[in-house]
Design a binder for this molecule. Structure first.
Ligand SMILES: Nc1ncnc2c1ncn2[C@@H]1O[C@H](COP(=O)(O)OP(=O)(O)OP(=O)(O)O)[C@@H](O)[C@H]1O
Length: 606
């Protein structure tokens, strides 16, 4: 059962790597064969040379020694080349796993991605790759299993003749078949014992790994914070070093003590395995010595048989260890397969989004209610709302009112708990998700720029059009700054990757706006776009706002009430519902939430 599982997993693992590395089977087989053949070629020729020396045939030895040296050299070269290829394969296998995991994470629903269970699953896959004996090590195990498999076959071919070297009439133990049968019986018992001991040891190891999984991830999180310069200011000013160190040490202490405990246990099991195999080797020497004394085999053959049996013992021991290690490590692969094969439950729409040059994309919220999965807080409550083509909207409300949540629903990061959202009359769930996202140019409140060249931050993989890049940088008020940067559009941002430059929070926000403009989606959403901008930059953005989003539908979320004046329609969200709606002047006249927010803020500028 266990053997069948290992076989199936090995085949599926090889298939996984073979897609990117078609030579893998050849490397494993040829390297395994060369590695296994080396010691036996030596045994064969050394035995021949020894026998010839004992007979005084010194000259005949020279050819044997020459053949031995050349063969050993060739086999060694082949083996080393294959060993290196396997090391490279092991590394690229890790890259394959990372990329495929990332790809799955990119394409899964955001709602699913954000769940604690998914984060844990990703950590388990990564842990499986990072930890000693990760998924990539399976290739190393397969390599050893193949090599040691060949070694066992070769050693059996060598020692099989030993069992024919008996004197059937002799009552002497060493001359009879009993001595050979004793070796077989002891081998069988030791083999089974070692298999069991090694299985227990590996089982315990992976239990420890599992137990430490969560603590390890906390430790890694703490390390990442300690090593990230972007946390440096907070760490210094708030003297967070002690807290971070405390957390790190308090999680790593139990991790290390569990490992230490396991190491002692493992030492006992490994010691027992070594003791048993040494005992078997001792027995082999005694039997072979006896056979030689009674003239059943020559001295050269003693050397050859002893060598072959020792190779056999070593190969069987390695085979047992790798087999068990492969078996228990399979769980990492299972974690990976489980994660990779998780079906998408929501992003199944196939309808193409109509490509409209007129940008006429109209959204309707029909009776939309929403609460975040696993919570009972009703964020939006039976909301009815239409975003008409070409209009500029402002969404206003207190902190936590649900403004960003509304945008997340619009972009289908979540599905409404009740009701539906329509794009040009069709439920957005029916659209192909990739096409659907192309409709939007969004600057999220918590946007992220990458530590990559500035141009890449704006084009994000699309073909770079320098003229347009400068145009959007000008619109976002960043042209002059970028012109002064050392590499202009090619300047690296941030210091994470070496020689990047630091930009201010406001400059980052301007770049995020430029990125949205470069995408040129017909539906523009700016969530707190000017929060980090100075008053002049903010005024420029407002002045440019209509030009920037000309012909497009735009939603503007802001706590700066003055920015709402630029919009045709202001929507005030409160208690999950639309509390007020209309133009700036109308809402001021109504003297409700909007008027109160506006006048409170205006007071500070009076
Ligand atoms: N992923 C999430 N899971 C659970 N609750 C969430 C999640 N994201 C936001 N919330 C909760 O939903 C509520 C609305 O959040 P939202 O970000 O939409 O508010 P907002 O109106 O944009 O607030 P702000 O003005 O502070 O940006 C908040 O109480 C928040 O705690």
């Amino acid at each position: 059962m266990k053997l069948k599982k290992v076989w199936h997993e090995s085949v599926s693992f090889i298939k996984l790597i073979k897609a990117d590395h078609p030579n893998i089977i050849w490397i494993v087989v040829i390297g395994g064969l060369a590695g296994a053949a080396g010691p036996f070629v030596q045994l064969f020729f050394y035995a021949r040379v020894l026998n010839k020396v004992l007979k005084g045939q010194y000259k005949e030895c020279i050819l044997d020694v020459l053949i031995l040296l050349i063969t050993a050299l060739i086999l060694n070269l082949i083996k080393k080349a294959c060993d290196q290829s396997v090391i490279v394969l092991r590394e690229t296998c890790a890259d394959t796993i990372y990329l495929k995991t990332a790809n799955r994470a990119f394409t899964m629903e955001y709602e699913e991605f954000e769940r604690t269970e998914t984060m844990d699953a990703i950590r388990r896959v990564q842990g499986g790759e990072n930890s000693s004996g990760g998924i990539g090590d399976q290739i190393q195990s397969i390599y050893v299993l193949v090599e040691k498999g060949f070694s066992i076959l070769f050693s059996l071919a060598f020692v099989i003749s030993l069992f024919t070297r008996v004197d059937a009439d002799s009552r002497n133990f060493f001359c009879s078949q009993w001595s050979s049968l004793l070796i077989i019986a002891v081998f069988a018992i030791v083999f089974l014992l070692c298999l069991k001991l090694s299985a227990i040891s590996y089982q315990k190891f992976y239990e420890v790994e599992k137990k430490n999984e969560h603590l390890n991830s906390i430790g890694e999180y703490m390390l990442a914070i300690m090593h990230n310069y972007q946390h440096g200011k907070d760490i210094r000013i708030y003297s967070m070093q002690g807290l971070l160190k405390h957390y790190f040490i308090s999680v790593m202490k139990p991790v290390n003590s569990v490992f230490l405990k396991w190491s002692v246990t493992d030492g006992k099991y490994t010691g027992a395995i070594v003791f048993l195999t040494q005992l078997t080797s001792g027995l082999v020497y005694v039997v072979l010595g006896g056979k030689a004394v009674y003239g059943i085999i020559s001295i050269g053959e003693v050397f050859m048989y002893a060598g072959a049996i020792l190779e056999f013992t070593g190969a069987v021991r390695s085979e047992i260890v790798e087999y068990n290690s492969f078996y228990y490590r399979m769980e990492y692969l299972n974690n990976y397969n489980e994660f990779i094969n998780k079906p998408n439950t929501r992003y199944t729409g196939t309808l193409p989004v109509e490509k409209r040059l007129d940008g006429e994309y109209e959204f309707t919220f029909e009776n939309v209610s929403f609460q975040y999965p696993g919570t009972d807080n009703q964020i939006l409550d039976h909301l009815n709302l239409k975003f008409e083509i070409g209009k500029k909207y402002a969404i206003v409300g207190k902190n936590g009112a649900g403004k960003t949540t509304l945008i997340k629903l619009l972009c289908r990061l979540y599905d409404p708990s009740e009701g539906r959202i329509l794009l040009n009359g069709i439920d957005i769930r029916y659209y192909d998700y990739d096409e659907y996202t192309k409709v939007f140019s969004i600057v999220f409140q918590d946007f992220k720029l990458l530590a990559l060249p500035l141009a890449d931050n704006l084009t994000l993989g699309d073909k770079a059009d320098d003229k347009r890049l400068w145009e959007v940088l000008k619109q976002a008020g960043m042209k002059n700054r970028v012109e002064k940067m050392p590499g202009k559009l090619e300047t690296n941002l941030y210091k994470n990757n070496g020689e990047g430059i630091e930009i201010s929070g406001g400059e980052a926000q301007k770049l995020a706006i430029a990125r949205a403009l470069y995408k040129d989606g017909p539906f523009v959403i700016l969530d707190e776009p000017t929060a980090a901008l100075d008053p002049i930059a903010e005024a420029e953005i407002y002045e440019n706002f209509n030009t920037m989003v000309e012909g497009k539908t735009a939603i503007y979320i802001s706590h700066r009430m003055s920015s709402c004046k630029f919009c045709n329609d202001i929507i005030v969200i409160d208690g999950g519902k639309i509390a007020e709606r209309g133009s700036h002047d109308k809402l001021l006249r109504e003297n409700g939430i909007y008027a109160s927010l506006y006048t409170t803020q205006a007071r500070y500028y009076a």
